[in-house]
Design a protein around this ligand. Structure first.
Ligand code: EPZ
Length: 425
C-alpha cells in the first residue's frame, strides 16, 4: 500500500500540462469494439482505470497495442467473450459501458453488476430500462446482468426518456443504438463534453448521431462501422483540480492543453471567490492567480453545464480556508461528503446537514494522516495538504491513481513538497 506525503505552505507556481480525459477515454475504448477494423486513439491518459478497461477488452478477445506516447490501437476483430467479469468490474464500475456496444454489435452482454461505491448506490436501472425499450431481454443472475437482443434482428430504435440525467446511461444507449434498426431518440440526455467526444468518435466510425451535447440526441441505425483515428479531449476535472490548487495556495499557475469552455461554471465561481482567472485567446491556456484571501461562495452541483459534482470535494477543500461561511449542496450523489470527515480531522469547520455542507473558513488547516475514500475526495485531501501547516499523509492512494496521471510529479513541478511513500504496516 502507498501513501502520498505532502508538506504544506508553498504556493503553486509554474505551468502544468493537462492529460486526456478519463471519462471520455473509458466509453471511447469500449466503443472501439463496434468497428469492423482497428481504431487508433491518441492522448489516452495513463491511469489505472484505463489499464482495467484494456484488460476487459483483451478478456473479450480484442487485441490492444500500447503505442507511445499515450496512444493505443484496439483491434476488435476476434471477439470471443461478450462478458465483463466480476474480478475486473469490481475495481471499476464504468465497466458497465461494455453493455451498450456488446448488445449493439454482438446482441448479447454478460456484465457483472457494479456494486455501489463510496459516493452512493449508483444503480444502473435507467441503462437497463432503456435497453429493454430497444428490445433487449435483461436477466440478473449470480450478480451478473445478462442482456440479450433478438438474435435475428438485433435491437430496434426507441424513444428513450431518462428520468434522471445519467452520463454513462446516455453513453450506453448511444453505443447500443448505432446498429439498431430504425431511429433512437434520447430525451433528457446528459450534455457533458465526454458525450460529445464519444459521439464524434462514433460518427467518424460511420454512425449517424445528431444533437450530442444537447438534451435530445437522435441516432439513425447503420449497417456497418469501421475503425478510425481519434484524439481524446482534455480532462476538465483534472483542469479544475489544478485551478483550485493554484487559487487556494495563493499561487500563479498556467494550465496548458485544457479546454476553458468545459470549466466555465467553476471559473465563474472561482472569480466570485476572488481568484484571478484569464484565458489566452490564441493558446487557450488558463492562467490562475490566487488572491491573498479567498471569499466564501456557495455552490450547488448540477449536470453539465452546471457546477460538476466531480469538483465538489476539491471546492470544499478550498472553502475550508476561505473567509466566511459557504454552503455546498450536492444534488447528484447521496453520499459524496466523505472527504468532509477527513478535512475536519485537519481542523476544518464543516457541518453536514442532509445534502448540504456548511463550511466555515478557518485561518489554517493542520497536517494529519487522512484516508481517501474515492477519486475526487483524494484530490481534495491532497489540495488541503498543500495549504495545511506541517505534514499530511493521504492513505489509500489507489483511489487517486484511478483518475489522475502522475499527480505528484505534476504538483512537484509546480513547487509542492510532495512524494509517494510506502505505508509501513
Ligand atoms: C459519471 O458517472 C462519471 N463517471 C462520474 O465521475 C460523475 O461523477 C458522474 O457521471 C456525474 O457527472 C464516468 O463518466 C465514468 P450518472 P455515472 O449515471 O454515469 C443516478 C469520477 O470521479 N442514476 O450520471 O455513473 C445515480 O445514482 C466519476 O470520475 C440512477 O439512479 O453517473 C446518480 O445519483 C465519479 N440510475 C445520478 O443518477 C441509473 O441507471 C447521476 O449518475 C443511472 C444513474
Amino acid at each position: 500500500m502507498q501513501k502520498i506525503v505532502i508538506e504544506g505552505g508553498r504556493p503553486l507556481k509554474g505551468t502544468v500540462d493537462i492529460s486526456g480525459a478519463k471519462n471520455s477515454a473509458l466509453p471511447i475504448l469500449f466503443a472501439t469494439i463496434l468497428g469492423d477494423g482497428p481504431t487508433m486513439l491518441r492522448n489516452v491518459p495513463d491511469l489505472q482505470d484505463i489499464q482495467t478497461t484494456l484488460r476487459i477488452l483483451q478478456f473479450m478477445g480484442a487485441k490492444v497495442a500500447n503505442g507511445y506516447p499515450k496512444s493505443l490501437k484496439v483491434q476488435p476483430n476476434g471477439m470471443k467473450h461478450c462478458e465483463a467479469p466480476y474480478e475486473l468490474v469490481k475495481t471499476m464500475r464504468a465497466s458497465v459501458l461494455a453493455m451498450g456496444p456488446l448488445l449493439g454489435k454482438y446482441r448479447q452482454a454478460k456484465v457483472s453488476l457494479p456494486g455501489g461505491c463510496a459516493i452512493g448506490a449508483r444503480p444502473i436501472n435507467l441503462h437497463l430500462k432503456a435497453f429493454e425499450q430497444m428490445g433487449a431481454s435483461i436477466e440478473l443472475e449470480g450478480g451478473y446482468v445478462i442482456a440479450k437482443a433478438p438474435s435475428k434482428k438485433g435491437l430496434h430504435g426507441a424513444k428513450i426518456h431518462f428520468d434522471a440525467v445519467t452520463v454513462t446511461g446516455t453513453e450506453n444507449v448511444l453505443m447500443a443504438a448505432v446498429y439498431a434498426k430504425g431511429q433512437t431518440v434520447i430525451e433528457n440526455a446528459a450534455r457533458e463534453p465526454e458525450i460529445l467526444d464519444l459521439a464524434q468518435l462514433l460518427n467518424k466510425m460511420g454512425a449517424k448521431i445528431y444533437g450530442a451535447g444537447t438534451e435530445t440526441i437522435v441516432i439513425d441505425g447503420v449497417e456497418t462501422m469501421k475503425g478510425t483515428e481519434h484524439s481524446i479531449i482534455a480532462d476538465r476535472i483534472e483542469t479544475g483540480t489544478f485551478m483550485i490548487g493554484a487559487a487556494m495556495t495563493g499561487g500563479s499557475v498556467k494550465i496548458r492543453g485544457a479546454d476553458p469552455e468545459t470549466v466555465e461554471a467553476l471559473t465563474a465561481k472561482m472569480n466570485e471567490c476572488g481568484a484571478k482567472i484569464s484565458i489566452d485567446k490564441d493558446t487557450n491556456e488558463i492562467h490562475v492567480e490566487g488572491p491573498k484571501t479567498l471569499k466564501a461562495v456557495d455552490i450547488t452541483t448540477a449536470p453539465y453545464p452546471g457546477f460538476a459534482t466531480d469538483f465538489q470535494a476539491q471546492y470544499m477543500a478550498m472553502m475550508t480556508v476561505a473567509q466566511g461561511t459557504s454552503v455546498i449542496t450536492e444534488t447528484i450523489f447521496e453520499n459524496r461528503f466523505m472527504h468532509a470527515l477527513e478535512l475536519i480531522r485537519m481542523g476544518a469547520d464543516i457541518k453536514i446537514e442532509g445534502n448540504m455542507a456548511i463550511v466555515k473558513g478557518v485561518k489554517k488547516l493542520s497536517g494529519a494522516p487522512v484516508m481517501a475514500s474515492d477519486l475526487r475526495a483524494s484530490a481534495a485531501l491532497l489540495l488541503a495538504g498543500l495549504v495545511a501547516d506541517g505534514i499530511t499523509e493521504v492513505h489509500r492512494v489507489y483511489h487517486i491513481d484511478r483518475g489522475y496521471e502522475d499527480i505528484e510529479k505534476k504538483f512537484r513541478k509546480l513547487g509542492a513538497r510532495i512524494k509517494r511513500a510506502k505505508v509501513k504496516f
